[in-house]
Design a protein around this ligand. Sequence first.
Ligand code: DGY
Length: 349
Amino acid sequence: TDMSQSGRHKVVVCRDLGPDAMSLLKATPKLDLVVWPHDRGCDRTWLLDNVPGSTGLVVMLTDKVDSEILGRAGPSLKIVSTMSVGYEHIDLKAAAQSGLKVGYTPDVLTDAVADLSVMLALMASRNIGIATALAREGQWPNHPWSPFTLCGPQLSTIASSPTRKVGFVGFGRIAQATLARLVPFGITHCLYSSNPSSPTNHERDAELARAYKLQSVTKVDVDELARESDFIFVLAPGGRDTYHIINEKFLKQMKRTGILVNASRGTLVDSDALAKALREGWIWGAGLDVVEGEPSVTIDHPLVKEPRCIIIPHVGSATLETRTAMAVRVAQNLIAGILGGSMPAQVDL
Ligand code: DGY
C-alpha cells in the first residue's frame, strides 16, 4: 500500500539509533517506524521484506543499498539517510536515477576520528601493541626497564631530530583536523596527495602553513609522499578511485621508520602488501581502524598476526558524544527529506 496517499510515511530503520534520535523520530507526526529489533547488523532479508512501500530508509555503513533494495522499495521511497560520513555502500547512481535524496553525517565525527588517528600513530610508533601484550601476559618481570627496549620513532620533534614530516593521503575535513592536532607535536612539514582532478589550493596551503607555523604545506604525488613522510595518514574516501592506493610500490618507498595509519576505509590499503612490509621491515608499524573485507578479520588474518600492526575494529567515531550527534543528524536528515525543507547534510548526487 502506498502510505503517502494516506498521509503517512513508512520509515524503515536498520538499527535502534539510541534515545535522542529515536525520540526525535517518534515525535514527528505521520511517521510509521519499522525498526530492526536486534542489537546487531540488520539482516538483508529483513530489509528486503520490510522496505516495500517505504518513504524513508535509515541505514548503517554495513547495509548495502543497491538497485535491488531500491527496486524493492518502489517509487514511494524519497530518502536514504545513512549513519556515516562514508557512502560507498550506497549505489549513488541508482539513487540519483530514482530521484532520491541521500543524507549522511559529515562534520559531527571529524574530531573523534582525528583524535583516533593521532592515537593510532602514537600506538604504532611506540610499539603499544607489543607492550600491552607483554604486560597482560605477565612478561613485565622478564622485561624490566632497559635503555632501548620497546623504543620506537618519535612523533614529536626533539632538538636532536628537529624535522618531522607528516603525509596525508586525502586532505579533507578529517585529515585537516588531524593536522591541527599534530601541530603541538612540533611537526615541521605537511605533505598531502588528493584527488588529481581537484585543483591545488595554494592560497589555502600557504594560509595553513602560516597559521600552524609549518615550514610548508605541499600537495605532492603519492610517490613523493611515501618517500618523504615520517608518519602517513590515510584519510580519503573508499570506492573504486582509491582502491589499493597503498600497495607494494608505495610501501617499498616509505622510510624504514615510517608509520602508516588508516582510519578511512580498508579498501585503500592492500592488506597482503602491508603484512609483507611489516614482516620484512620495510616500514616500522601500522595503525589500522579499518581493514579490507571487515568484519571478516579473524586471528589468522595476516595483519592481525603482525606484532607491529595496531588493529582495532572500526571504532573511529565511537565516542558517546559523536555517535549521539551522528544519530541525531540521521534523524534530522530523514525528517527533512520526508517533510521537505533542507537537510542538514545531503550528498551531492
Ligand atoms: C563513517 O561514518 O563512514 C565511519 O566509517 C563510521 O563512523
